[in-house]
Design a protein around this ligand. Structure first.
Ligand code: NDP
Length: 327
């Protein structure tokens, strides 16, 4: 009988309760593929968009886009990893909520020894997102100021530290005062509780009326318009998520009226599609972590069996930093 792996799948879009665990056959890796046995799995907000149907998948489908573990076998043509290597990844298509899987090897990266499996699982998707936001989306330099929403979240706490290490002033927002303190502790220069304060006014005050060079907005519907109002002329709006719901259609004339603003809707997997770029981004992230510039904070751990509770907590805004599914 062939080996199987316990895997989270869903058959219909909906709330966290649509997820179930099934035994899936594992198989051997084909050309360009590898088989990895997971030691820890990362939870990401994007997993909830896929589960709810906001980002549709052909159903039934497994979930999860980030994990770390040990390579068990590699297919023909795979040279950057071998059986026994520690490895971590952010991947497309989803399927990381599992004990083990066969997958495209190009997106899998060797995980340096000092970085634990848990940290690897908690940081690949989130950390490489921060890497491309700060280095591959618009030129940002020491002394620039960015506004970063949801600064105490998984991507957020990495961004706070990354900005500090690059000499960039990061103004964060977060949903509670306690979350704001966390963002400040991790390198945000200021943090605004956007549920109790008008963040546009505060950003204007904090920048002497000038506005910020760039906004990194993953909250979407609730913050998009205000974010545009926080930019200085020629500023860059990076709309990279929809935690509060999708951004309604935008009238591009508004960008002109508000000062020749730039707008992009970036996606990590555009960058990761190229193997060399993917490995380069991972190396950059690992270097930041190994240098101590960025620490990966894991504030929630759930056994794989409790993935439903993990999604509930993330969507209820109860989490901070990264969340890991344990095996
Ligand atoms: P987070 O840990 O940041 O969790 C999401 C946070 O969004 C919440 O904790 C909450 O923080 C905030 N939020 C604001 N409004 C709502 C709402 N109505 N419902 C739920 N949460 C809300 O998640 P991740 O670190 O996994 O991801 C952060 C964002 O980055 C996500 O939107 C994700 O989709 C996006 N992303 C985009 C990528 C890309 O390449 N485009 C890649 C990776 C992530 P608070 O309470 O402080 O407001």
């Amino acid at each position: 009988m062939s080996e199987t792996a316990r895997t989270v799948v869903f058959d219909t879009p909906g709330g966290p309760e649509v997820m179930r665990i099934e035994d899936r056959p594992l198989g051997e890796p084909g050309p360009g593929q590898l088989r990895i046995r997971h030691r820890a799995i990362g939870l990401n907000f994007i997993d909830t968009y896929q589960r709810s149907g906001l980002y549709p998948l052909a159903l039934p489908h497994p979930l999860g886009m980030e994990a770390a573990g040990v390579v068990e076998a590699v297919g023909e043509g795979v040279t950057h990893l071998k059986p026994g290597d520690r490895a971590a990844y952010a991947c497309q298509p989803p399927g990381a909520y599992t004990e083990a899987r066969v997958m495209d090897a190009a997106q899998v990266c060797p995980l340096p020894g000092p970085i634990s499996f848990e940290q690897g699982a908690a940081m690949m998707l989130k950390g490489m997102t921060v890497e491309y936001l700060f280095h591959r989306t618009t030129p940002l330099k020491r002394g620039d100021t960015v506004l970063f929403h949801a600064a105490a979240g998984g991507v957020g706490l990495i961004a706070c530290q990354w900005a500090r290490s690059e000499g960039i002033t990061l103004i964060g927002t977060a949903g509670t005062d306690a979350k704001c303190r966390l963002a400040l502790d991790h390198g945000a220069s200021h943090c605004i509780n956007y549920r109790s304060e008008d963040f546009v006014e505060r950003v204007r005050d904090l920048t002497g009326g000038r506005g910020v060079d760039a906004v990194m907005d993953s909250v979407g519907k609730d913050t998009f318009d205000g974010s545009l109002d926080c930019l200085k002329p020629l500023g860059m709006m990076m709309s990279f998520g929809s935690a509060s719901g999708p951004v309604p259609p935008v009238d591009i004339a508004v960008l002109g009226q508000k000062g020749s603003l730039k707008l992009t809707r970036p996606v990590l997997f555009t960058h990761l599609a190229d193997h060399d770029t993917c490995q380069e981004m991972a190396q950059h992230l690992f270097a930041k972590v190994l240098a101590g510039d960025v620490t990966i904070r894991i504030d929630q751990r759930f056994p794989l069996d409790r993935v439903v509770d993990a999604h509930r907590a993330l969507e209820a805004r109860e989490t901070t930093g990264s969340t890991v599914l344990e095996l």
